[in-house]
Design a protein around this ligand. Structure first.
Ligand SMILES: Cc1cc2nc3c(=O)[nH]c(=O)nc-3n(C[C@H](O)[C@H](O)[C@H](O)COP(=O)(O)OP(=O)(O)OC[C@H]3O[C@@H](n4cnc5c(N)ncnc54)[C@H](O)[C@@H]3O)c2cc1C
Length: 616
């Protein structure tokens, strides 16, 4: 198998293939830059950490790489329900990249080839390999394209334009031309990044410190908790002067001058966009995030810009605490080509060429975690495709990965797609804490994890079940409940599970009560926490499971790949066109296509039944 692109998607694709026993050539521009973070030096965050934990449960490297090299860890959303708790880590950008380089080097089934892939070779409708820009031909039984922001990459800083996929790297123009020649619809998106600052020139006393959390949270089930001196982040604000400077220079930004026409991520606007769109807002928050332990470089999160360098400098120096800050690298915007994702099926295989898979930014997503998750899925499916086996598809009720791929293939995003918890309708069931419960069975079946990991987890699962049982059946005298006794004053005794369902009560509050029953309850914190979350959410989870069971009916109504929509009587023209474009895999998926009505699905359902029963 060949994987083109050693970013977050490409690395996971090649490593997944290796875990499944295949050999993979990872063809990438610069072998030293595997999984390099192009922008924000951070992994995780709301909605994204769920993806990292899923990648981890499927044997991926992202979780353990950030656990080993992160410099500050925090959990977010703790005041809300466990369903949306998320973990975020500030990364040491270079240490993370080096960890992945070493990890890949230690995998004998992956060979890194430093080259620029220029074309995909094929015979009839099947991909057969790639051609490098220097003319070398490499054959393979499956090809994964994970080229990130590099296809037709064009950097903008004021009026300046530079052909590059990221500052300091080449762009990939030939591969982009090849995709068009193969008949792919190619669109254009943009993203941007802030200037980097020399931390030694920042007045930290004027900024608010944001320390890390102890004990240090972890992403990977394979990592143990690290105890180390975490590096703090800081928070500051723009000043009224910043607004004046940026507003006076709107027309110098390529985003407003007409130089850039492509769409960028709505949730991650540039600073000029923020002052333009939210004109009544006097100031904006800026997070000052360290790029690593061994560097003084700082990433001012929230200050992405493509303004000319002289304006960037003036504007940065108007931010509180940055009055003397020195810019080490200017901010910029980058435009790049992508292939709208209706051109891949739910296994991420392209409809145009068999054995060709797309993963990451090329499918219109944005973000390291989104890319890693797709890379892993594309790698697994490329292996299964080689063996002629059914693809590995995760449902929307099973994983955020399933939500993302379903969204991409039913909506074909026209602006960069990133994960949010709100995208997952079954988010109560898709928590950070239960990624292994949801995915380990698949991982074991596919050979993505080792047997010892699986059996270790089975034990944890059984212990959790026993603990839940014990917490339900153990009734304690209300008089032992301290400050919570008041809530149960009408009772003599109360079950521990009832106590755990009370607002503001979690396992930490119940631990002193358990301590009184020497040896009865598990001394494994992980078991206790898992049991407490399960008990607390059981009612909601049961309700959601009933909804999932209902929705599964439509998901199970599979639409064959060769099903023709042309002859369906009574189907609206718009629905016919949408079904032809997206070619849904099931009735459930058909119903989620933008603009499709329940009536369209009903018409399709009747026609599908007739087709399956052989009636013309
Ligand atoms: C300036 C900038 C700002 C960004 N801002 C954000 C942000 O604010 N938030 C966010 O979530 N994401 C942001 N991103 C996006 C984030 O970097 C990507 O989503 C993520 O890195 C995508 O991962 P990937 O694996 O798809 O591709 P990448 O990480 O881009 O990796 C692609 C890899 O493919 C290689 N490659 C490309 N073409 C070829 C070829 N033809 N032959 C050989 N090798 C090739 C490249 O060298 C690179 O190693 C930004 C990216 C950039 C460049």
């Amino acid at each position: 198998m060949i994987v083109v692109g050693g970013g977050h998607a490409g690395v996971e694709a090649a490593l997944a293939a290796a875990r499944m026993g295949k050999t993979a050539a990872l063809v990438t521009m610069d072998a030293r830059k595997l999984a390099l973070m192009s922008c924000n030096p951070a992994i995780g965050g709301i909605g994204k950490s769920q993806l990292v934990k899923e990648v981890d449960a499927l044997g991926g490297v992202m979780g353990e790489a950030i656990d080993a090299t992160g410099i500050q860890f925090r959990r977010l959303n703790l005041s809300r329900g466990a369903a949306v708790w998320s973990t975020r880590a500030q990364a040491d950008r270079i240490a993370y990249n080096q960890y992945v380089v070493d990890f890949v080097a230690a995998e004998p089934k992956v060979t890194v080839i430093e080259a620029l892939a220029g074309a995909i070779t094929h015979e009839n409708d099947r991909a057969t390999g790639i051609l490098t820009e220097s003319g070398e031909s490499i054959g393979a039984r499956a090809v994964v394209i994970a080229t990130g922001t590099f296809l037709g990459g064009l950097i903008h800083i004021g009026e300046k334009k530079i052909k590059a996929g990221r500052m300091g790297d080449k762009a990939a123009y030939k591969m982009s031309d090849c995709l068009s020649e193969l008949g792919f619809e190619v669109g254009r998106l943009k993203t941007g990044t802030p200037p980097r600052l020399d931390g030694d020139t920042i007045d930290w006393s004027r900024c608010e410190i944001q320390p890390g959390e102890t004990p240090t949270p972890v992403f990977s089930y394979r990592s143990s908790v690290r105890s180390f001196d975490q590096t703090p982040c800081h928070l500051t604000r723009t000043s009224p002067r910043t607004k004046e400077i940026i507003s006076a220079n709107f027309e110098k930004s390529p985003i407003f001058s007409g130089q850039i026409n492509s769409t960028g991520p709505r949730y991650c606007p540039s600073i000029e966009d923020k002052f333009f769109r939210f004109a009544d807002k006097a100031e904006h928050q800026i997070f000052l995030e360290p790029e690593g332990k061994g560097t003084s470089e700082i990433y001012p999160n929230g200050f992405s810009t493509a303004l000319p360098e002289s304006v960037q400098e003036e504007a940065i120096r108007s931010v509180i605490g940055l009055e003397k800050a020195r810019i080490t690298q200017p901010g910029y915007a980058v435009e790049y080509d992508y292939c709208p994702a209706h051109q891949v099926d739910i296994s991420l295989q392209t409809r145009c060429l068999k054995g060709l898979y797309f993963a990451g930014q090329i499918n219109g997503t944005s973000g390291y975690e989104e890319a890693a998750a797709q890379g892993l899925m594309a790698g697994v499916n490329a292996c299964l495709g080689i063996e002629g086996e059914e693809p590995f598809v995760l449902g929307r009720s099973e994983a955020y990965i399933g939500v993302m791929i379903d969204d991409l293939t039913t909506r074909s995003t026209t602006e960069p797609y990133r994960m949010f918890t709100s995208r997952a309708e079954y988010r109560l069931a898709l928590r950070e804490d239960n990624a292994r419960d949801r995915l380990f069975g698949h991982s074991q079946r596919l050979g993505l994890i080792c047997e010892a990991d699986y059996s270790g987890f089975e034990k944890l699962r059984k212990d959790t079940e026993e603990e839940i049982h014990l917490l339900r059946k153990t009734r304690v005298p209300v008089s032992e409940l301290g400050e919570y006794a008041e809530r149960f004053r009408k009772f003599d005794k109360v079950s521990l599970s009832k106590l755990l369902k009370q607002p503001g009560v979690g396992i930490d509050e119940v631990l002193p009560v358990l301590a009184k029953y020497d040896g009865l309850f598990s001394d494994n914190q992980q078991v206790l926490r898992r049991a407490a979350i399960f008990i607390r959410y059981q009612g909601y989870i049961d309700k959601q499971e009933r909804e999932i069971a209902k929705s599964q009916k439509l998901e199970k109504e599979v639409i064959p790949g060769d099903f023709s929509y042309q002859s369906i009587a009574g189907l609206r023209t718009e629905a016919r066109e949408k079904f032809e474009r997206f070619r849904p895999a099931s009735l459930g998926q058909a119903g989620r296509i933008e603009g499709i009505t329940p009536g369209d699905v009903a018409v399709l359902s009747v026609s599908l039944k007739r087709y399956k029963s052989g009636v013309k």
